[in-house]
Write a protein that binds this ligand. Structure first.
Ligand SMILES: [Zn+2]
Length: 315
């Protein structure tokens, strides 16, 4: 039968688990992501994989990795959230050499979408888009049961779909007017700072302090929205509108049957938030009468490891 291992490489932690053919993850191993560069990251992943392998009866036949950056042919082109990954790193080859096992590498948002499409909320979809609402906006594309990597491996960058003709808010990618500049949590926090500096009143900093947080977490947003804080409501409406424009473009091009939403903000704000985004998409659809599913991711923290392991079967 053989054991398949999935690894979710994030900016702060490395999560690994073995995943069975029904998409169940077991025997999790969690490590802090090293900050000393690629060699140290490879060592941490290898250690996690070896720990899991030592606890399995069946030999490991494949290791899938979901990594936070664009991937082309097993090479991570860059990863802003990993230190020492400013230039291309052949992470796949480095791990294969270290482990002596086949390694498949995928972008984390694509991998998470794949997990949901194979075993989670988007099961049964043939044309699936994943939208990950977190610090930034991640996007993934699964077409006919396979991750769609595009011509160079960088497909699915939903977060950097432009939603303005010219200008617009500054985006972390260095351009202007991307949907992430309106709907990513980091960009929304910057907008809050600007509004406060301009004299606007908001309870967001008070809620943040009362929750003992040092940044505007998804939970802080949820509370402010519930309280009807005008700034929080306005910025969230803007975020939903921007997502509506970006996702409508993708749905019109690809005739998507399932859009799955994950990430901290989606988890906290729930199906109601997903429905609001769907309502913002619908008026822009060329075929609004076609039934499409708008669903909340259901694999939680495991979507990355499950999707990564699934890559070793079929992706
Ligand atoms: Zn951008």
């Amino acid at each position: 039968m053989g054991t398949h291992i999935g690894v979710d490489l994030g900016g702060t932690k490395v999560l690994a688990a073995r995943v069975d053919q029904n998409g169940r993850a077991e025997g999790h191993v969690k490590q802090v992501t090293p900050v000393e560069g690629p060699e140290a990251v490879v060592a941490a992943i290898a250690e996690a994989v070896e720990t899991i392998a030592n606890g399995c009866d069946d030999p490991v036949v494949g290791v899938g990795i979901g990594a936070p950056g664009p991937i082309s042919d097993g090479v991570m082109l860059h990863a802003p959230n990993l230190s020492g990954f400013d230039d291309a790193v052949p992470l796949g080859a480095m791990l294969e050499e270290r482990l002596g096992l086949p390694v498949v590498l995928g972008n984390d948002a694509n991998v998470g979408t794949f997990g949901e499409a194979m075993f989670g909320a988007a099961r049964g979809g043939t044309t699936v888009v994943g939208c990950w609402l977190g610090t930034g906006i991640g996007g993934g594309l699964v077409l006919d049961g396979r991750v769609h990597h595009g011509s160079s491996g960088t497909a699915g960058e939903l977060g950097h779909v432009p939603v303005t003709m010219d200008g617009g808010r500054w985006c972390g990618c260095g351009r202007h007017g991307c949907v992430e500049a309106y709907a990513g949590r980091a960009a929304m926090a910057a907008a809050v700072q600007e509004a406060i500096a301009a004299g606007e009143r908001t309870s967001l900093p008070t809620i943040m302090a009362s929750k003992g947080k040092d940044r505007l977490t998804s939970g802080v947003w949820k509370r402010a929205l519930k309280d009807g804080d005008p700034l929080a409501v306005r910025l969230m409406e803007e975020a939903v509108a921007a997502l509506g424009v970006a996702i409508a473009g993708v749905v019109n091009v690809l005739d998507v049957d399932t859009v799955v939403f994950g990430g901290g903000l989606a988890e906290k704000l729930g199906q109601e938030h997903v429905d609001r985004i769907a309502d913002a998409v619908r008026p822009r659809l060329i075929a609004p009468e076609v039934p499409r599913r708008w669903v909340l991711a259901e694999l939680g923290d495991d979507s990355g490891v499950i999707g990564a392991a699934a890559l070793t079967h079929t992706g």
